[in-house]
Design a protein. Sequence first.
Length: 402
Amino acid sequence: MLKAGFARRVITPAKAMTLAGFDRRTQPAQGTLEDLYVTVLALENGEAAPFLLCSFDLLGTDRTLCEKVQQALPLPPERVWVCATHTHAAPRGAFSGGISQDDGYIDSLVANCKEAAFAAMEDLLPAQALWGETAVEGVASLRDVPREQSAYAMPLCSLWLKREKDDIGFLRFQCHPTVLDESNLHYSRDLPGGIAGENTIFTNGACADLSTRFTRKESSPVERDRLGMRIKTGWEHTEHQMDTGFGRPIQPVSRELTLPYGKALQGVERLHLLETLQNQAANCTDKAALRELDACIAVLERGDRVLPQTRTVTVAACDLGSRLLLALPFEVASADGAQLEKEAERLLRKPAHLICYCGGYDGYLPHAHTGINYQDLATGYLPEVRERIWQGVLDCAASAVK
């Protein structure tokens, strides 16, 4: 019998902390638009320990935070997935090892997640699963192409877990939640805050090249709510079908991959490209397109980067009976994510749904887009590493299905 439980806890800092996500923003937060949360969905089928999906309203959950959460819970690590919605209005201090690292805040994140996880497991009740998929236009746009080519119908994957006392919602959207730009100095969930839903867990998908750059009229809470309402309306009008196979079984599998790293423009090559982009920006009249140039310039202005030769990351998959969840700790381009889902479904004959920013946060993966773009400048990985990552997560999925 499928059981589901839900809980969330506030993780909004009690103090002003520098916000994450924009190079140009260095000021600390000046207030709270709405609270940040850690939200936990617990699933159990009576055959094994519960499976927990823990979603933080943060830019990312790095490897250290994921491991701390897993160590705090009496479950096998592979049965505790830790992910982020990728809001750019959360504290930078959530990341370990950085100049803004805040040990006290990191400890509070772990404690609140632990509390929410135990509450979700105590809340486990029999549930029926209804699954739905749709696409919403006018929210996400392809951000590294000209405006006239940027239209994108954003896929929504949603689940309703119907229980006698209440319903639990799961929504995977697929867009950089950056309606609020670098001028925002308030803690916010950004797009999930505009969608709302107290009994809903939000996750994000393959959106490295997706944002609201060409769809938002301005950067404001009002505009955030308008775009959030488009998502909410699309979700409410999605036809959900009873999914009797959901949760039979619940089998997660994870793998560690050690990958070659260290790609970065250096020296004269970096300076030449920086000058080229600065000249383009000086002559750019489209404010939205100028954001892409400015983001690329900001990466190059970080200077010559000294990067390690390898990185160790965790990829995962979970067999949920009728469908698969795939987890990557990266920002993945939309077309690449769709290709990975299709390949998993072809090989294993189950619909597959990718959750990004899950199991850590390792930045962008390069993709096949031609020309200069932010994600390819910001990544430390070579393009060929993508195939190793794809194979790793597909191996996890195959092992989970067995």
